[in-house]
Structure formats: C-alpha cells, structure tokens
Design a protein around this ligand. Sequence first.
Ligand code: FES
Length: 260
Amino acid sequence: MAASLLGRRTVDLQLRRRRLWWLYPANVVVWLTFFGLYSLWTIVFFHSDQFHQYLSPFYSPQVAVGRTPVSPALFIFYVPLGFRATCYYYRKAYYRSFFGDPSACSRVEPSQMAALSPTGRRSSYRGESRLPFVLNNLHRFFMYLVVGFVVVLWIDAIRSFYYQGHLGFGLGTGLMVINMVLLTGYTFGCHSLRHLVGGGVDCFSCVLAGVQRHQVWKGASWLNARHSAFAWLSLFSLILTDGYIRLLQSGVIHDPHLGF
Ligand code: FES
C-alpha cells in the first residue's frame, strides 16, 4: 500500500515537472537579461563605484595610462563577460532558453523538426562553426585572463579589511569576501581549467608532480560538479556587492562596521 502510494507520488511529481518544463528557461531568460542590462547600465553610465576601501568588482582592476584612467568597460566587456558568455554551462542555459534549442529534454528541438519536415530541409543552424557562435571556442583563452582577474579581486577583498588606516570588518567586507569565494568556485570549476590541470593525463603517477596534479584535478572536479550553482550564485553576489557599494557611495545606507 505504502509502496503504491510512493509510486503514485513519484509519477505525480514527474507529471508536474513535465508541465512546468518552462520554469527553467523562463528563469534563465529573466536573470540573464537582468544581469546583461545591469552590467551594461553600470559600465556605460558610471565611471567608478568605490566607497573608502570598497571597490566594486565591476571597476577592478583600475588602470591608468599616464594620468588618464582607462575605462574599466574595456576589460569587463571583453574578459569576465566574455568568460561567462562562452561558459559551457551558460551556453547550455541560453541555447535552451533563448533559442529553444532544445527547450527541454523531452521536447524536440527546432533543427530536428526541420529535418523531420516533409521537405526534409534542415534549418540554417550551423552549430558553433560560424560567426557569432564560433567565438564560443575562445572560452579557454578567456579563462586564462579571468584567473588574473580573480587574483586582483582577491587583493581588493583583502584590502577591504583595512578601513581608514585601521583593521576592520564591515558588511561590505563580508559581501566582497563571499563574492570572491563564489567567483573563485565558479572560475576554478571551469571545464577548460579542469581539462588543463588533468584532462589530458591518462596516468597521474607517470607525469611530473602527478600526485599534486591529481589533488588539484580532484578539487577542480568537485567544483565542476557544482558549476551551475556557482555560476548563478556568483552572478547574484556580483550584483549584490556592486549594488551595496553603490548605495553606500550615494549615501543611501551606512556600512555597519567593527574596527579593531
Ligand atoms: Fe563555465 Fe568555463 S565552462 S566557466
């Protein structure tokens, strides 16, 4: 009796999931659009977002040529945003959600429908072999650059403990550190990075520093299994950190702070 009740519940849950298949793509469309627009707004309309020792991740690193500061948009658009846009997880998410290709596992994708059509003609879908999607193959190179960004952003997060000449800890410090933990988890769980540290090795005990490499690969694999969670959480923590510093800068809120 209990077993049949359990079976019934499982079937109900599966049916419910099928009916709500659109929830995942709808969420992806809403949040990715929001993040894209927010990034555009923050980079195009503002030149800095800094409050005392807190520097927003959207404006780091701060670089100047001579005395002229270089717009952070030059880096942010091409490196961290390029890294996310070409990420294997986000690709799956936005191909499914924005292009419906496929919209869900149990649904037929448009290119297959074209192949099954009476004319037998396939759509013009060319995968990632033509512009613009061929640019997704640059993901590995974005990854090399983003590792440098992660180091710089960690330095910013550590600097945030130094408050007006004293050691201290504020809500902003906490947000910056949490943001960096999530960004590090996202970056080091990257499929390309995992391949770089151990993907091409058939036998770890046969290569130089094999034991250490195996440990690093295991760490990257652990993060990689949680890549989608880190992808979303780091996206929200970026917005939250930038928004918090922006509100401090404009005097709307105060930073609760403990000095030592
Ligand atoms: Fe997602 Fe590389 S695969 S960041």
